[in-house]
Design a protein around this ligand. Sequence first.
Ligand code: HEC
Ligand code: HEC
Length: 154
Amino acid sequence: MKKLIALPALLAVLALPAHADNYSVPKHAAFQEECTSCHMAYPPQMLDADSWRAVMNGLSKHFGSDASIDQKRRAAIADFLVAHAGGRKTGGTRDANGKPLLRISETARFEKKHREIAAATWQRASIKSPANCTACHAQAAAGDYNERSIRIPK
Ligand code: HEC
Ligand code: HEC
C-alpha cells in the first residue's frame, strides 16, 4: 500500500519545478540592464511577438515614461524578446481595434488567471497596479507564479 501512494506523490513533487520554471527569463545582458530599472523583468513568454515589437517601437512613450535607448541595444532586446515570445498561449494579445496589446496585464490569459481579484484589490497602496507582479507573486523574478508563492498584501 505504501508504495502505491509514494509513486504518485514523488511524481507530483518532480513536476513542480518544471512548472515553476515556465516563465523564467532567459539571460540577456542588455534586457536586464535596460528593462529592470523601473519594474521587474517581465517574462518574454507572456506577450506574443507582435506585442513585443510594438512595445519596443514605442519606448519614448512607454506608459507615461521615456524608456528610450540607443538603436543598437533596442534592436538586440527586440530580437531577444521576439525569439522568446509566447504564442497562442498568451491568448487575446490584440485590442478591440486589432492593435497589439502592450500590456501582459491586458491579455486574455492574464485576465482569466486573475478573474477572482476585485477591482479594489488592484488599487491597494501595497499593489497599485496589475503590472506590479511582485506585490503578490513573491518569486516572480525567478519565473515562479505558482499558487503556493502568492501572498496578496493588505
Ligand atoms: C523609465 C522607466 C521604465 C523603463 C526603463 C522600462 N519600463 Fe516598462 N514600464 C514602465 C512603467 C511606468 C510601466 C507601467 C507600470 C504600471 O502600469 O504600473 C511599464 C510597463 C511595462 C509593461 C506592461 C506591464 C503590464 O503588463 O501591465 C511592459 C511589457 C514593459 N513595461 C516592458 C518594458 C521593456 C521591455 C523595457 C526595456 C526595453 C522596459 N519596460 C523599460 C517604466 C519603464
Ligand atoms: C493582486 C495580486 C496579484 C498581482 C499584482 C498579480 N497577480 Fe498573478 N495571480 C494572483 C493570484 C491570486 C493568482 C491565482 C489565481 C488562482 O489560482 O485562482 C495569480 C495567478 C497568476 C498566474 C497563473 C499561475 C498558475 O499556476 O496558473 C500567472 C502566470 C500570473 N498570475 C502572472 C502574473 C503576472 C505576470 C503579473 C504582473 C504582470 C501578476 N500575475 C500580477 C495575484 C496577482
